[in-house]
Design a protein around this ligand. Structure first.
Ligand code: SF4
Ligand code: SF4
Ligand code: SF4
Length: 179
């Protein structure tokens, strides 16, 4: 009998670039699902998936927001694809200080794909009619690892990097008094 406690479910979204038509329905669905209240606004700049366009090759690349990083890379790779040069940043999913991608536009806080939390099917996959995004679940052995940071912790971490601990604590204290 297998030891279920040592297993985890890995949720994966596969991308088939040959099928992506650049309709950006995934961006709209993601931003609406994560709006507060849900579906009260549809703003792709708040989406956790963004479709990057390669004009030369007429290819669309859907990228899901990955980890927050406090510092941009100082050593980067470049790629040459069909004669056009790309940097690592072109296809990087990080919320990074070097660009505005995957940052909440009003607050600047990092956005990260949460696989639509407990939804059976991620919203971006649900609305992708051409079938460029497909969803899979599989079971894997669980490795001993650090617990992942939640959304609030990641947001606080980015504020601490940006403004420093004292300013963040003073602001929290002031806001708590206003309540
Ligand atoms: S919804 Fe699908 S086809 Fe449309 S841009 Fe997103 S990934 Fe591409
Ligand atoms: S966007 Fe990505 S690859 Fe580019 S500097 Fe930031 S973390 Fe590095
Ligand atoms: S899985 Fe959900 S949170 Fe992640 S990009 Fe798709 S719609 Fe957005």
């Amino acid at each position: 009998m297998s030891d279920q406690s040592n297993k985890k479910i890995v949720r994966e979204i596969k991308v088939d670039l040959d099928k992506c038509i650049g309709c950006r329905a995934c961006e709209v669905a993601c931003s609406g699902f994560h709006a507060s209240p849900k579906y009260s606004s549809f703003n792709p700049s708040r989406s956790r998936i963004r479709v990057v366009q390669d004009l030369v090759n007429d290819v669309y690349v859907p990228l899901r927001a990955g980890e927050y990083t406090a510092a941009e890379c100082t050593g980067r790779q470049t790629f040459k694809i069909h004669g056009k040069q790309y940097t690592e940043c072109n296809f990087c999913p990080a919320s990074c200080p070097s660009r505005d991608l995957f940052k909440e536009p009003d607050s600047g806080l990092p956005l990260k794909c949460d696989m639509c939390a407990d939804e059976k099917m991620p919203m971006c996959v649900e609305v992708c009619r051409p079938g460029a995004l497909t969803y899979e679940e599989r079971e894997e052995e669980r490795a001993e690892e650090e617990p992942a940071l939640g959304e609030v912790e990641t947001g606080l971490q980015s504020l601490l990097h940006k403004h420093g601990a004292q300013k963040v604590m003073d602001t929290i204290a002031r806001l708590s008094q206003d309540k």
